[in-house]
Design a protein around this ligand. Sequence first.
Ligand code: FHN
Length: 464
Amino acid sequence: MKKTILILTIILLMGQIMGQQPAEQKVLTKDERMAWWREARFGMFIHWGVYAIPAGVWNGREIGGIGEWIMNRGKIPVRDYMEMAKQFNPVKYDPDAWVQMAKDAGMKYIIITAKHHDGFALFKSEASKWNVVDHTVYGKDLLKPLAEACQRHGIKLGFYYSQAQDWVNPGGSAARKLTKEGWPNPDSVIIDAYTKEHNGHWDPAQETRTFAQYIDEVAVPQVRELLTNYGKVAVLWWDTPTGMTDEAATKLQALLALQPEIITNDRLKRPNFPGDHKTPEQRIPNLADLDGTDWETCMTMNNTWGYKSYDHNYKSPQTLIRNLIDIASKGGNFLLNVGPTAEGEFPPESVEILREIGKWMKVNGEAIYGTTASPWGLFDWGRCTKKTTKNGTTFYFSVFNWPQNGKLTIDNFTGKVTSAKLMATGATVKTSLTGKTLNISLPPSSPDPIATVIKVEVIGGKNK
Ligand code: FHN
């Protein structure tokens, strides 16, 4: 009986959605939907919400862990957290400046937390008054101007949506412990807790609705609002399927028909809702971990996704640029996070890092965009990315460790080199073949201490 009701619900939901679809909508293949994403390779993650107000401190005490988890880690009562949120007033919010900084850094898409686990919606929602328009002094939708700015700048916009965890809208689940990757603790006791209604909650106010009611009354209508009210949405980035059920996941997945070109990730519910790409977090997979599925590493610049006033432990531009190259050389995407302040500004350290990344991308971006994985795996001196062209293949050898003897060799190389030059200076470099070994002669010092790219164009060959 329950299954019949579910099937009828889905049919009804699909009917509603299809009714909003232009009849001529062509169903795209996955490769067609993923084409821009595989070309882009580099995007900006934005974790922004009322958690930027406490910024890691509550009642004068520093709360450990990632900043956007302060309500959970601090076991803050719902009433107190909501009271704090009223003062959210990002008067310095300038979405055009944000998008320009992402664009100048060489990023091609932006994913912003439309609603994170604290349930606070950065957009006007009829499903819950716990949103920036109805609950804060600021009183304006934050996503609409961002969507307009992305449109103006030709940057794709996606929404992160915490579909299961919601620590304020009653019935939303609450993970109690996270693994180092940020996932709920796989320990059986904890997992068991997730499947029981309300385990993980710390305030009775979180328990006045069931999870199923939360899904129907908050998550489904809000995802529909996000996929209806903001123009074309390029990505729906689900997160932490804590307590998620197949029934709930099926309802949410059905809404994607509102955006036929949309891409989603593997976090709606595992393992039977794989989405379009995997999401290694705060780590870059080893070649052995890769199985041909599209993947995107998401990573913080410091140690927190949401802003914390005292986390100044930022990775260097060198580390982040080399991460980007390493990821591209393995065929993945890099989603690099910024956690804006409560006033609506990127932290100064993030601005500076984005500027430095942009300088490198301005010269070498073609070694990242639209490339595929190296046919030779990794080199101890650096990485390789590849682009198939109509005339043959272009290889981009990114050198991290400049050879003392001025020589690079690449074994198992086939084909004829037609051009070889340093992208940083445009200078031609000498190459030669010894059997199947390509020899590249380099100047005494590296023009770019972070990574000098050697662009080698080849005709023929079987360097797969
Ligand atoms: O719990 C979240 C966390 O706050 C953050 O949003 C990351 C980003 O991928 N995802 C979850 C942890 O895996």
